[in-house]
Design a protein around this ligand. Structure first.
Ligand SMILES: Nc1nc2c(ncn2[C@@H]2O[C@H](COP(=O)(O)OP(=O)(O)OP(=O)(O)O)[C@@H](O)[C@H]2O)c(=O)[nH]1
Ligand SMILES: [Mg+2]
Length: 575
């Protein structure tokens, strides 16, 4: 017996595969349990594309009729109550069974017919009370056809007629099978039984149902090696009837389309959620780009500011140079030649007039620079934290539905919170004094090292004073030494020139060295500050990047599913 055409069968297989894959995908995407259940039900519906429910008194031969339909003795038959629970028979590549709840069991059997119709075998009507609820809720309402089995030896028992009344109330199509006709002597007896059953059921149902007298025992034998018994079993009529009742194209179409409608709804819902997520992520990405930009602007600003401040430092040195030139012009004169021998005095004068407060001025400039650097580092932290906090607030009130993007929203929120807390911690514990001291010390040590001076924690000013003083000693020293040797008119202008030149060279060296060293320190500091902020937001930016590509993949998958649904729909429409 075959109900579906080959094409329908193929579409059914495709649809089943599609639905099962979709379910796996939706589980992966974190779909809601309720949605998964709905999909599960619609898959089960497709698994039981047609549901044939077989009921009747115990021993009437329900299991035997099913065996005959399947063409194999797959169910246990017996003269005493044999079937103790509701068995739902479905197609399976391999035999198998699973208990679904306590009251019914799914048996998977590798019989072709079952891929088109699922059959429910039930315990005898006298034992049915226990399963009543289950049958009412699960099977009879979904049944496409109810086969009511009664047997010639005990036609239409009391419990059977009660149960038939219920089925009628469910509005189900009932077909009566009078089983075991092989037990009867002749046609006469058969027609007596038939009349009895017809009259009883008619008064019960209000209509005359289809009645099929059969011998399921003979039918099974006919299918398993004794084909000559087929006619006698009269089973063919029953099979034809089942086939034509179920094979209604429009009816099948509806059955095929229903799970697709459910799938489409779920896919669209998930796409919507994914798109929402994508929007949030796009904004997140924009924010991160903005922070990036802020960071580069911050770095550039620092560079510019540094150049300006260093130009001021350079200026101090130029002024000192001029001052030095004037000093030498003024002192290196014939008229004052004897003063030049007073080396100590000369040195002191140089210190007082030329070096003067240059070291303090330079130190102050550098201190200001460091203060400003520390201050703007803190400002940058606050700015970035501010962005993130705003971002967090923006979505905090958003109702984080359940399912799909709930986890995403929670993770994201948690990350932003963590960063917020970290930033807050940094800002609260930011010790400006300590930071400033540390940078100042670093800078000073760097300058000392680069000038090959062994001066500890004495401050940049002391350092420059020391250098300037050595310089003065040198200049005056050279001068007096040459004066002692050749005291003459020509020596003085030459010495003056040499003193000036020496001073210029030394000052240029000092200036370049100082500025270069400070620049290196400064660049390092700025980089450190940028890096610290970047490190703090790294988990968030990683999350945003990963989620962005994940969401895109999900959307691609779901869009492919939409196409597949449309495709299956067209196929079903056009068969
Ligand atoms: N002679 C004859 N015996 C049959 C026929 N069909 C079933 N039987 C026998 O009747 C007995 C009951 O058959 P089952 O198929 O177990 O009946 P059931 O309705 O499933 O019974 P429960 O599961 O106990 O409710 C078994 O011994 C079968 O071999 C038939 O067509 N002719
Ligand atoms: Mg049985």
């Amino acid at each position: 017996m075959k109900i579906l055409s080959e094409r329908q069968d193929e579409i059914l297989k495709r649809e089943r595969t599609f639905l099962n894959n979709l379910r796996v995908q939706l589980v992966e995407f974190g779909a809601l349990k309720a949605d998964l259940d709905t999909l599960g039900q619609s898959i089960a519906q497709l698994d039981d594309l047609f549901l044939l429910v077989v009921v009747g008194e115990f021993n009437s031969g329900k299991s035997a009729v099913i065996n005959a339909l399947l063409g194999q003795k797959l169910l246990k038959e017996g003269v005493t109550p044999t079937t103790f629970q509701i068995n739902i028979l479905r197609f399976g590549q391999e035999m198998g069974q699973k208990v679904v709840e306590q009251s019914h069991e799914i048996r998977l059997l590798p019989v072709d017919l079952l891929s088109e119709v699922s059959i429910v075998d039930t315990p005898g009507t006298n034992a049915i009370i226990r399963y009543h609820e289950e049958l009412t809720r699960h099977f009879v309402p979904r049944a496409d056809l109810v086969l009511f089995i009664t047997s010639v030896d005990r036609p239409f028992t009391e419990s059977e007629s009660r149960f038939m009344g219920e089925i009628r109330d469910w509005g189900k199509k009932v077909v009566i099978v009078i089983n075991k006709i092989d037990l009867l002597q002749d046609e006469e007896e058969l027609s007596q039984v038939e009349t009895f059953v017809r009259e009883n059921s008619q008064s019960l149902l209000g209509v005359t149902p289809e009645i099929f007298p059969v011998s399921s025992r003979m039918a099974l034998k006919a299918k398993t090696g004794q084909p000559e018994l087929w006619e006698k079993s009269r089973f063919g009529g029953l099979e034809d009837y089942i086939k034509t009742t179920l094979d209604k194209s429009s009816h099948i179409k509806l059955k095929f389309q229903n799970p697709l409608g459910v799938s489409e709804h779920l896919v669209n819902k998930t796409i919507e959620a994914a798109q929402q997520q994508q929007e949030i992520l796009a904004e997140d990405l924009a924010l991160l780009r903005n922070v990036d930009q802020q960071q580069s602007v911050y770095q550039e600003d620092k560079q510019k500011e540094f150049q300006l401040r260093m130009a001021e430092v350079a200026n101090i040195f130029f002024e000192m140079e001029q001052c030095g030139d004037e000093f030498f012009e003024e002192r290196f004169r014939i008229a004052r030649v004897f003063d030049l021998f007073k080396k100590e005095r000369l040195r002191e004068d140089f210190e007082r007039e030329v070096v003067a407060d240059v070291p303090e001025q330079v130190e102050q400039k550098v201190d200001e620079l460091i203060d400003w650097l520390v201050e703007s580092d803190l400002r940058q932290w606050k700015a970035v934290t501010g962005y993130l906090a705003d971002r967090q607030r923006e979505h905090k009130d958003r109702i984080v539905g359940e399912g799909f993007n709930a986890n995403f929203m929670i993770d994201r929120s948690r990350l932003l919170d963590a960063i917020g807390r970290e930033a807050e911690r940094v800002i609260n514990t930011y010790d400006k004094h300590y930071e400033t001291e540390k940078i100042a010390l670093d800078a000073q040590n760097a300058v000392a090292t680069s000038l090959a001076l062994e001066i500890g924690a004495v401050g940049l000013g002391t350092l420059i004073t020391a250098l300037a003083t050595t310089m003065a000693a040198d200049v005056t020293g050279i001068l007096t030494a040459s004066l002692v040797a050749v005291l003459g008119f020509f020596v003085i202008p030459a010495s003056r020139r040499k003193a000036k030149k020496d001073l210029h060279t030394r000052l240029a060296e000092l200036r370049t060295n100082l500025v270069e060293t400070l620049r290196r320190e400064f660049v390092k500091e700025v980089a450190r500050s940028v890096e610290r902020i970047e490190e703090a937001i790294a988990p968030y930016s990683r999350f945003v990047r990963v989620e962005t590509s994940l969401t895109e993949a999900i959307l691609n998958t779901l869009e492919a599913k939409q196409m597949e649904i449309a495709d299956l729909r067209t196929e079903i429409e056009s068969w």
